[in-house]
Design a protein around this ligand. Structure first.
Ligand code: PRP
Ligand code: URA
Length: 209
C-alpha cells in the first residue's frame, strides 16, 4: 500500500486556503504556490539519508551530517507543475530538472502526452514528480508510468490539492510511490474539477484565463 501523507503544517494549510480564494491575482497566486512547494518539500525530504562527514570549522575539526545516497531530480508535469519548481530548487539547488508535458482531454479527461525530457541519469536519482492538482489521477499515473518505463525506480509525488478519486487511482496504479498531499479535498465535479479545489491551477499560475 502506498504511503499517503497529508500535510498538517499550519503554514501549508493557511497558504492553501489563501490561494483557493477567487480574486487572488496571478502574481500572488504564483508566489504562494512556490512557497507551498518549498514547505512541502521540507516535509517530503524528512527521511532522506544522511552520512557522517568530517569537516573543519574555523575553531576545530568535527563530524557533521550531510545528505548521502542518491541525488535528486525534480520533474514538474507541465504546465502547472512548473509553478512548484522554484520553491523546491530554493531548498535543493543541485537537483536536476526534467519535464513531462501532459494535458487533459476536455471531453474524456484522460491525459495526452506532448513532451518528455529527463535528466540523462534520472534512473539513478531520487525523483520528485510535482503537480499542484491530483484530480482523476490520470496525469500523475501516466507521468509516473513514463518514468518507470525509462527505468526510474525511486519516485515520490507531491501535489498541493488532491481529490480522493485521484488518490485511489494513484495508490492502485503505483503502490510503491509515496504521495505527499497539501490538502485532501472532497470530490470531483461533473467536469472532473476538484471540489472545493482552486479552479484551474495552470490558468491561475500563468494568467491564461
Ligand atoms: C491539470 C493539473 C494536472 C491535471 C490533473 O493540468 O495541473 O496535471 O490537470 O488532473 P487529472 O488528475 O484528472 O489528470 P491540465 O491538464 O489542466 O494542464 P495544464 O497544467 O497545462 O493547465
Ligand atoms: N486540473 C486543475 O487545474 N484543477 C482541477 O480541479 C482539476 C484538474
Amino acid at each position: 500500500m502506498a504511503e499517503v501523507r497529508v500535510m498538517d503544517h499550519p503554514l501549508i494549510q493557511h497558504k492553501i486556503t489563501y490561494i483557493r480564494q477567487e480574486g487572488v491575482g496571478t502574481t500572488e497566486f504564483r508566489k504562494i504556490v512556490s512557497e507551498i512547494a518549498g514547505l512541502m518539500c521540507y516535509e517530503a525530504t524528512r527521511d532522506l539519508k544522511l552520512e557522517d562527514v568530517k569537516i573543519k570549522t574555523p575553531i576545530c575539526e568535527t563530524t557533521g551530517k550531510m545528505l548521502s545516497g542518491k541525488k535528486l531530480a525534480l520533474i514538474p508535469i507541465l504546465r502547472a507543475g512548473l509553478g512548484m519548481v522554484d520553491g523546491i530548487l530554493s531548498l535543493i539547488p543541485a537537483a536536476k530538472v526534467g519535464h513531462i508535458g501532459l494535458y487533459r482531454d476536455p471531453e474524456t479527461h484522460e491525459p495526452i502526452e506532448y513532451y518528455c525530457k529527463l535528466p540523462e541519469d534520472c534512473g539513478e536519482r531520487e525523483v520528485f514528480v510535482v503537480d499542484p492538482m491530483l484530480a482523476t489521477g490520470g496525469s500523475a499515473v501516466a507521468a509516473i508510468q513514463m518514468l518507470k518505463d525509462k527505468g526510474v525506480k525511486n519516485i515520490r509525488f507531491l501535489c498541493i490539492i488532491a481529490a480522493p478519486e485521484g488518490v485511489e487511482r494513484m495508490t492502485q496504479a503505483h503502490p510503491d510511490v509515496p504521495l505527499y498531499i497539501g490538502a485532501l479535498d472532497v470530490h470531483l465535479n461533473e467536469n472532473a474539477y476538484i471540489v472545493p479545489g482552486l479552479g484551474d491551477a495552470g490558468d491561475r499560475i500563468f494568467g491564461t484565463k
